[in-house]
Design a protein around this ligand. Sequence first.
Ligand SMILES: [Cu+2]
Length: 459
Amino acid sequence: MWTRRHFLAGTAALAALPLPYPAAADSAPVALVARERSLSLLPGTTTPVWAYRDDWPLVLRTRRDAPFRAVLTNSVTEHTAIHWHGIRLPNAMDGVPYMTQPPVETGESFAYEFAPPDAGTFFFHPHCNTVEQLGRGLAGVLIVEDEAEKNLFLADHVVAIKDWRLKPDGSFDAFSTDKGAARAGTFGSVETVNAKPHAQLEALAHGWVRLRVLNLDVSRIVVLALEGAEGFVIATDGNPLPPVPLKTWTLGPAMRADIAFRMPWQKVRLQNVWGSKPELLAEISFIESALPGIGSMPELAASRVPEPDLTSAQRLTFELTAGHVSPELQAYLKENDIGIDQVCLPQRTFWAINGRSWSGQDHKLKPPPLAELKRGRSYIFELFNGTPHPHPMHLHGHTFRVLRSSKKEIVPHLADTVLVGPKERVEIAFTADNPGEWMMHCHIIEHQETGMMGYVRVA
Ligand SMILES: [Cu+2]
């Protein structure tokens, strides 16, 4: 029987419940105004972040297959656009300036419209001068709901990890350094989860909890571990997978993992165990409840990503290496005391894919594609990392299956971004069913903007 204490606990629990399920008819466009706003990230200071709304992280919810409309208005000082990361959408909605749409200049607007085919945890961010625009905070979470998942979890929380490059007075420090860009990336000085030192969340005891963990940082890799409850990875980059007991799970920049657990009558902690000392990402406190402690884990709606045909798939190799200036040219330049800027090479080119570097903060000058893919055909991409640094490689417009690695045991899973470690060879497979020119790049944004970027053409 419910007591008054339970009733009060139940009222408090409302805060922990998922937001109302979006109505089917609710297709009014979402207004996203990119402009400077202030956010307190360091005690006693405010930071002039760039954001689409006042709340950070901004969390939008929509429904699978329903038209989703968002109007971006640019009120920042440079051109921008929105890339809907991980969503299998038409090429013209992919938000890559010069490639898929004209840049949205200051004062201009652009209307995005698509019907997301997959349910799950996605996010969105600019795809131009990203190290600075995302670094300043331009990002949002897009949760795509499936009717079958309605009210499956009693608590459904976003855990958005993002670091900030701040000076002690809360103002921004330089977003990129040559030292960082040429190595593992330039790291933030203030680490946050949901714009706080760590997230403080609640859930009803005995209820099933879903944590939607997103690595929105431009450089940092986190290794997730759960303390206080038995956790399961139930989705990767938004895509469901048969629950995998969570020992540790690694998220490079742009990667997501949905974690489920039954809330015990004690605190649960989500930790980052990447370094020598675990760092607290989220602390989940229980709310007393009369819920029974039995029942199986809720099941997510099935994926609709087409399975690649591995027997007929064409295999293509992509080597991730350091910048493309040949040793012969380097020797010549050194011998003759010629600066690299004098030979019309971009100065900040540190990385390459298959010996080709495409650097730059936008995509104005377009090289030929890295590969031409036949629409409808299955492909296996072999990604080999010949560098001493990890690279989270992201492919636009398609969701791929991560098949195997030369270095470790892989739980086969669907993804849009895969972390390839030093000297590791990772195989991914997908059906090239979405026509257009699709970016493929490292999501350590400084690596992308200093050469580890390219695109494939599907026709
Ligand atoms: Cu990289």
